[in-house]
Design a protein around this ligand. Structure first.
Ligand SMILES: C[S@@+](CC[C@H](N)C(=O)[O-])C[C@H]1O[C@@H](n2cnc3c(N)ncnc32)[C@H](O)[C@@H]1O
Length: 568
């Protein structure tokens, strides 16, 4: 597995690109696309403001010069940069990080990013925001459908914020995700894709065999104001204003009513259907929480699916998040869903704050158990309403196997493993049987307590879980622990703090397995660990031996990566 050479040096000083990371990652993945389509943009009148419900045929005939008539080689034309509010005809070239469609001005290469535009799609869009290096566009009307089109099986696919790429074939989704990781590692991480060693390290994306019903946790929100797609507006009645479903894209206060979600289990959908069938009944006197007036009772409905350890059958937890404690009000609905055989736990998180969080100040068990169980890599995990657990259990098995493979454990029980950002301890615990000791660090107290509980449940006594903020470590961090041989680090989206990078570069563990849910910050951190931070006189000591993208969440823009760094 060891690579024999390091990658070529990056061209920017790291503090400069670190500061620019936020803006650059949005556009970085578009610069090296092999896609060569030109003429991807035709300006319409500057002042034109096209409404969603305008008939597109008329609109295009009247206002949009055809792309083929747009002479991009005409040198007399001034370089073109769009203005805010301008309406344009665009062709999406590729998908960038976070799943936005990338379009470019043909003669200037200026980048426009559009939510829900897919490669090959020709559409009318309006410039909504100009950023330093690119502009954001809102899609108004599709003129020609994207490439690799498939019929989306979900009725909500074109509006729901959850699955944005359901109508793109799964193979095309995988290609796009793999390309995004490659582009970010080259442009943000500054690794050279011309080095043969890069080709060895960069692995093809691991697909997810199960592309629907893979999520073990879904959180739906109750809303006083349902969001209805423009084309369905006339069918809407006052009675359907209350909604239970998912947030409309970009709206904190508007809910798209969802009767069935294809990402969750069948039993999850059975519960959703049962709740949808009764919660609006005036006799129950239930009201959705209104985020503007801060009145109303029902905030969220969280559904978690686990497995009974003895039978292997699915078991379900239903969590009602409410603004006050009133079990009598919930009783009829609780009785109804308790009759569904898979439901083994119904809890009530009471959250009196005006915020949107689903974690209650107090939790009450209304029916059955207060936790459910799940099996992962042969271990049993107890999951409570608010504990973190990988949301795609099937693919987590594969992810954890990849992590274990990257760790190259000797298996003789001699090694010390540091499990950073350990959550409920799942990664460290799956390795514990083969090592001397696991030390896990995590900031959330409840997760640390769950990790300790999970160790006990699985009779593991060589794992220690420590509560602490890894963004605030000092020079004494971990100095009282035996020197780790292997570090597993699994930060959340912002990646690792520079203090932690510095600690790891001083520690010089033989291997670091970096698990990431954000390829942009991952690319940045890989650069630091390999090339150092010259401005701070920090030297890099690692080589990137393997970078494995994993698709944990089909139809969404999320990408997971498992990277192996070996000490040079
Ligand atoms: C992506 S999750 C990984 C969890 C775990 N490794 C797993 O696979 O289930 C990231 C974890 O890092 C924790 N975390 C976030 N910021 C942290 C910080 N500054 N210090 C310590 N832990 C942090 C989160 O609470 C979360 O549990």
């Amino acid at each position: 597995m060891a690579a024999t050479a390091t990658f070529s040096l990056r061209s920017l000083p790291s503090n400069q690109w670190l500061h620019k990371l936020r803006t650059r990652t949005a556009t970085a993945s578009v610069r090296s696309h092999s896609f060569t389509t030109l003429a991807s943009l035709s300006p319409v009148e500057d002042t034109e403001d096209i409404q969603l419900n305008v008939n597109s045929k008329e609109m295009v005939q009247e206002t949009v010069p055809s792309t083929s008539n747009n002479n991009n080689n005409d040198k007399s034309k001034k370089p073109y940069f769009p203005k805010r509010g301008q309406t344009l005809e665009l062709v999406c070239e590729s998908l960038a990080f976070k799943g936005k469609g990338v379009c470019k001005v043909a003669d200037t290469g200026f980048v426009l990013m559009c939510d829900r535009a897919l490669p090959g799609e020709r559409f009318i869009g309006r410039v909504t925001r100009k950023r330093e290096n690119y502009a954001e566009v809102k899609k108004l009307k599709t003129l020609t459908r994207h490439l690799d089109y498939v019929e989306a099986p979900c009725e909500h696919a074109s509006h729901c914020g959850g699955c944005k790429t359901q109508s793109l074939s799964y193979e095309a989704q995988l290609r796009a995700k793999e390309q995004q990781v490659r582009d970010l590692v080259v442009h943000v991480g500054k690794f050279s894709d011309r080095e043969p060693v890069f080709a060895d390290a960069m692995k093809p994306i691991v697909p997810c065999d199960i592309q629907f019903h893979y999520r073990n946790k879904m959180e739906f929100s109750f809303g006083a104001k349902g969001w209805v797609p423009a084309e369905q507006l006339q069918d809407d009645t006052e009675g359907s204003r209350y909604a239970l479903g998912l947030h409309a894209p970009g709206c904190f206060d508007k809910i798209l009513n969802v009767n069935k979600c294809l990402l969750q289990s069948d039993s999850g959908n059975e519960v959703l259907e049962a709740v949808q069938g009764c919660w609006r009944d005036p006799e129950l006197g239930l009201s959705p929480y209104d985020v503007h007036s801060h009145s109303g009772f029902l905030k969220h409905l969280m559904l978690r699916t686990g497995r009974n350890v003895e039978t292997g059958l699915p078991e379900l937890m239903v969590n009602f998040v409410t603004s006050s404690y009133n079990p009598e009000c919930l009783r009829p609905i609780v009785e109804k869903i308790a009759a569904i055989p898979e439901v083994v736990s119904i809890v009530n998180n009471v959250n009196t704050s005006i915020g949107n969080t689903s974690v209650g100040e107090k939790e009450y068990t209304l029916y059955g158990k207060s936790t459910i169980t799940e099996i992962l890599r042969g271990l049993t995990f107890q999951i409570s309403a608010n504990s973190f657990f990988q949301t795609n259990t099937h693919q987590a098995e594969i992810l954890y196997k990849l992590i274990e493979d990257c760790a190259f454990l000797k298996g003789d029980g001699s090694e010390i493993v540091l499990d950073l950002f350990c959550g409920t301890g799942t990664i460290g615990l799956t390795l514990a049987k083969r090592v001397k000791h696991v030390y896990g660090f995590e900031v959330v107290a409840q997760a640390v307590s769950d990790a300790r509980q999970n160790a006990k449940l699985n009779c593991i006594d060589n794992a220690t879980f420590i509560e602490g903020d890894l963004n605030k470590i000092d020079l004494n961090f971990a100095s009282n622990l035996p020197t780790p041989d292997i570090v597993i680090t699994d930060p959340n989206r912002p990646g690792m703090h520079i203090k932690l990078i510095n600690f790891l570069l001083k520690l010089k563990a033989t291997r670091i397995v970096y698990v990431s849910c954000n390829p942009a910050t991952c690319a940045r951190d890989l650069n630091y660990l390999c090339y150092g931070v010259p401005e701070q006189n920090i030297e890099g000591h690692y080589r990137l031996s393997s970078l494995q993208p994993v698709d944990m969440f089909p139809h969404t823009p999320h990408i997971e990566c498992v990277c192996l760094l070996e000490l040079r």
